[in-house]
Design a binder for this molecule. Sequence first.
Ligand SMILES: NC(=O)c1ccc[n+]([C@@H]2O[C@H](COP(=O)([O-])OP(=O)(O)OC[C@H]3O[C@@H](n4cnc5c(N)ncnc54)[C@H](O)[C@@H]3O)[C@@H](O)[C@H]2O)c1
Length: 248
Amino acid sequence: MTILIAGGGSKRGIGRATALRFAALGRPVAVLDIDADAAEDTAREAKDAGSPAVFSAYVDVTDQASVNEAVQAVTNALPPITVLANIAGISAPTRFENITLQEWERVFAVNVRGTFLVTQAVLPGLRERNEGRIITMSSVSGQRGGGVFGASHYSASKAAILGLTKTLARELEGTGITINAVAPSMVDTDITHGAMTEDRKAELAKTTLVGRLATPDDVAGVIVFLASPDSSYLTGATIDVNGGSHLH
Ligand SMILES: NC(=O)c1ccc[n+]([C@@H]2O[C@H](COP(=O)([O-])OP(=O)(O)OC[C@H]3O[C@@H](n4cnc5c(N)ncnc54)[C@H](O)[C@@H]3O)[C@@H](O)[C@H]2O)c1
């Protein structure tokens, strides 16, 4: 059944790595992203990687009409959605005093409202079939209070994701639908828009016990696990993918 990846466009991102993993397992994959061309590229790569059916479309996860239209389009194009990976997210290193209201609102809109809207749009279909897996993206930043790249707005939004995930897990009691959060530390992707220096990356790598930064594939592998039958006893959980950089 179909895996829906919201925010799966980015070439070096966690969403694309996740799409390719599911494709290699022979799953239909739907890729939504605000960058429609990038989403199409991911879908094409997923097809080449073995997905039997792919679909891509534009979505702005902050916009309810756009989300509903995109989810409906996926539903029309592919087999029923059984797994939702809420990957779309933005970050910025702005110090607290310098965050404008507009920037604060944008980070929360993409990271929190986006997860809310996409999950709400997909949930009725999962409930109808009494099965489903929802994966949300938090961050070690939301657990320990920044310290990686994103600043206070990002950290607060990723902490909010944990609250949403746990509360919805309770509301989904007995439905056959689980929801779990993934909390990576620094993953080498383009979310920093080139603002992370190689020296800073090397410093962060040293703060891990594994001795390196995470790759998108490190996170994708955990998302695949959370979508698999082997994770059926996990719900409301936060899975750390931080190389041992934050033990708690
Ligand atoms: N990279 C890291 O170090 C790291 C660490 C912890 C958590 N995360 C989280 O993982 C997720 C993926 O991050 P990434 O590093 O792959 O980033 P990325 O920038 O490579 O990918 C994010 C994707 O979200 C899309 N997107 C942004 N705004 C959107 C919107 N309004 N509507 C639809 N799509 C939108 C982008 O176009 C992009 O394709 C994010 O939620 C991020 O906060 C990343």
